[in-house]
Design a protein around this ligand. Structure first.
Ligand SMILES: C[S@@+](CC[C@H](N)C(=O)[O-])C[C@H]1O[C@@H](n2cnc3c(N)ncnc32)[C@H](O)[C@@H]1O
Length: 194
């Protein structure tokens, strides 16, 4: 049986609503950290005007590969082995999407993420990131503060990222923030454009 993330089942419809707007003119979306592949098959099926390219670290590809084999619509490519620490990424895209990855990666990996996005993103291009963030050092909810504590207790490299620090990396990669959507369960969708 394929693994199923309940969070993905809950968040995929609200995220899709935003992606329909943000990726309306996109042709090729590279997803970083596809995990179970639930987002990949759902977004590809509901955004038939574009190609969805999932990816994950080489050791984490089985779930998304199996799901695509069983459920993948025609416009979802088989996943790429892509670790943000390795470069160059052998792909080019007009859009990049990533959900719930920046708080799992170390800060160094987050830096690599933005450097590599700068390399692969075409002009014009959009980057869309879903997940929890802190603003001016303040959590958007008490539950996010507890979540951050539990992440850092599991592994000190993980943690909810500061919006301002992430936005600085994006600017250094030539990206400008064009939208910040508050999402259910105290998450955000941040959209940058070049
Ligand atoms: C919490 S899961 C999120 C999965 C999926 N995007 C979702 O929203 O359910 C974090 C994902 O980030 C991926 N990831 C962590 N470090 C990574 C790295 N260095 N390069 C690429 N992906 C990474 C993990 O393999 C995992 O699939």
């Amino acid at each position: 049986m394929l693994p199923c993330s309940e969070a993905c089942e809950r968040n995929k419809a609200p995220i899709l609503k935003v992606l329909k707007e943000v990726f309306a003119a996109s042709k090729f979306v590279l997803e970083i950290g596809s995990g179970t592949g639930q987002h990949a098959v759902y977004f590809a099926a509901n955004l038939p005007h574009l190609i969805w390219q999932p990816s994950d670290q080489p050791g984490a590809l089985d779930w998304v590969t199996d799901r695509l084999r069983l459920e993948g619509p025609e416009n979802a490519n088989m996943p790429l082995a892509l670790d943000v620490r390795n470069h160059p990424w052998d792909v080019s895209a007009d859009s990049v999407f990533s959900a719930n990855t920046l708080h799992i990666m170390s800060w160094q990996e987050v830096e690599q993420f933005f450097l590599r996005v700068d390399e692969v993103l075409q002009q014009p291009g959009r980057l869309c990131v879903y997940g929890p963030f802190r603003y001016d050092g303040v959590y958007t909810s008490e539950s996010n503060a507890r979540f951050d504590q539990s992440l850092r207790a599991q592994d000190k490299k993980m943690g909810i990222r500061s919006f301002e620090e992430v936005d600085n990396l994006a600017r250094e990669s030539g990206l400008s923030l064009i939208a910040d959507y508050p999402m259910p369960a105290n998450n955000q969708i941040l959209v940058w454009q070049r």
